[in-house]
Design a protein around this ligand. Sequence first.
Ligand SMILES: Nc1ncnc2c1ncn2[C@@H]1O[C@H](COP(=O)(O)OP(=O)(O)OP(=O)(O)O)[C@@H](O)[C@H]1O
Ligand SMILES: [Mg+2]
Length: 291
Amino acid sequence: MDQAKELRNLINNSQNFNIKNNLNARVITISSGKGGVGKSSFSVNLAIYLASLKKRVLIIDADFGLANIEVLLGIRPKYNFYHMIKGERNISEIVVDTDYGIKFISGGNGLRELSSINSTEIKYFIEQFEYLDKIADIIIIDTGAGISPSVTNFLMASDENIIVTTPEPTSFTDAYTLIKVMKEQNKFIDKLNIVINKADDKYEADRIFTKISYVCNKFLAINIQNIGYIPSDMALIKAIKQQKPAILAFPESDFSKAIREIGNRLLNEQQMSNNDGIKSFMQKLMRIFNK
Ligand SMILES: Nc1ncnc2c1ncn2[C@@H]1O[C@H](COP(=O)(O)OP(=O)(O)OP(=O)(O)O)[C@@H](O)[C@H]1O
Ligand SMILES: [Mg+2]
């Protein structure tokens, strides 16, 4: 092949690559078996870090009623999914900007309505999501804790899941139960990542990961990936008191370093893969909710 042709091919291919990756958002759900393990803190700080790398990031708080993320971001959106499902607002009106370079959507009570909307509403609802694929590169969904359908359905619809656990036995056994429930519902578990939060050190985190990984492999035939550990760090508590995300208030803390490492790993691992996007995610979710 002559050099000019080779160059043209290279450009064409790289254009295709860019277009592919820019079309749809990468959807990552964050869940846990047990509550209070650090999902919302992780979601918010990870999102802010990814935004600092010029990614367009949107967080969706799908944790019914608790509004964790709103508190962490210091915002109180006027409209949420409920208003969109009821047709009172369109999707662009429920997206709010934050002071930290990320966008946010509150689930509010709206997500409870997902199982009771009619087919015309479903169509409208799913179509709306196309907008989010256009405005975001990465969408992080904080699903809340537990094994109720409101959590597991989100995991089932998502191609990429991160399960947060701490080294506490109750926390990692609940994480295992969550994975088991997904398996029982016949989910083809593709990318299942674990983050060990509030670990004393790397050794403790590795030990816990090995345990979970062993049982998932042996009893569920699932390979899970360790995408990092986050140490227990007072910086996070201080940051919450200052009402500022730790990654900005204490960028040199061990917590922030761990978030950056996980963020870099997530970005590196993606490389060539294509995203299904949030619209496709919602299609799957609606199918599951309305089965
Ligand atoms: N690495 C950490 N070091 C110290 N404290 C932490 C760490 N991660 C989270 N925490 C603290 O643990 C508590 C629970 O965190 P967070 O609200 O993020 O958990 P969650 O999983 O979202 O909880 P919920 O299930 O209620 O939504 C908070 O007080 C938070 O500051
Ligand atoms: Mg939370």
